[in-house]
Write a protein that binds this ligand. Sequence first.
Ligand code: A3P
Length: 310
Amino acid sequence: MSSGDRPELYDFHGVQMMPAFTATWERVQKFQARPDDVLIATYPKSGTTWVSYILDLLHFGQNDPERQTSLPIYQRVPFLEMAVSKPEKGTNYFGVDMANELTTKPRIIKTHYPVQFVPKSFWEQNTKIVYVARNAKDNMVSFYHFDRMATMEPAPGEWSDYFQRFLVGKMNYGSWYDHVNGWWQKKRNYSNLHYMFFEDLVEVKSLLAFVFWQNTGLEIDKLSRFLGLSVTPEIRQQITGQVQFDQMKNNAMTNYSTLGEAMDFKVSPFMRKGKVGDWKNHFTVAQNEEFDEDYEQKMKDATLQFRTVV
Ligand code: A3P
């Protein structure tokens, strides 16, 4: 699976992980969450950066303009369990230290952990948690291209192998199916969890927006209600504009271009396509059939529904 200096996955408490996200496990488990923190949790490539940026703008967009022009999103919103020290690649990142050093109120913190890995203080402090899920087909495609360009990830190999590995959960952070279901179940007994979908966030500039009751502004409204923020229609409109794909792609603070050699943009950009339905350009007919059959077996909870097209 690995090539060159790419890492290997290994079984960590029943989940496939790579060392960069388990190295500080003990310290992460002891992390002291606060009641006014906001945790954003996702399976990788589900729209984490998108929603992190929305959260940041909702909380700090109006009163801290310098933050918007000088601090990349991965510094504003520390990635709790990430621990990488590769000075030769320009990367030195210890998320747990960065989270502890945050002086903002709230502290907005990111994790890709499956629900059972989340440090217990988050539950004890009744911290607000935003979970973002993305349909598995697009999630898989996005993850594939990310693994091609992110040199710290395991090598993706051929698409056909990658496809099979995704189905059996041999991905960094394990099974997509377990991840989205685990967090969905948690919603039943933890009310401070806002579960949202990538597909709902996509701006639809037509009558379809009303049919599907979907667009960025609506999701921002729901999110701000959950966070207990009152947002004027003008600010909502402003944020809606700031977080559209092209804006974020051209914004050095959100497009990861400042990260250094950890990502090879010549292979694929971080802000790649931002579409619902790109899977159609990757899945063969046979793969799609195999996927759908397998999906039906794994996704038994009819209350958790994804859209794979808009
Ligand atoms: P694609 O690879 O399909 O383009 P994460 O932040 O969790 O790593 O997710 C990255 C994915 O979210 C990428 O998907 C990226 O393009 C997409 N994304 C990020 N910001 C977006 C936006 N404003 N609109 C649409 N998609 C966005």
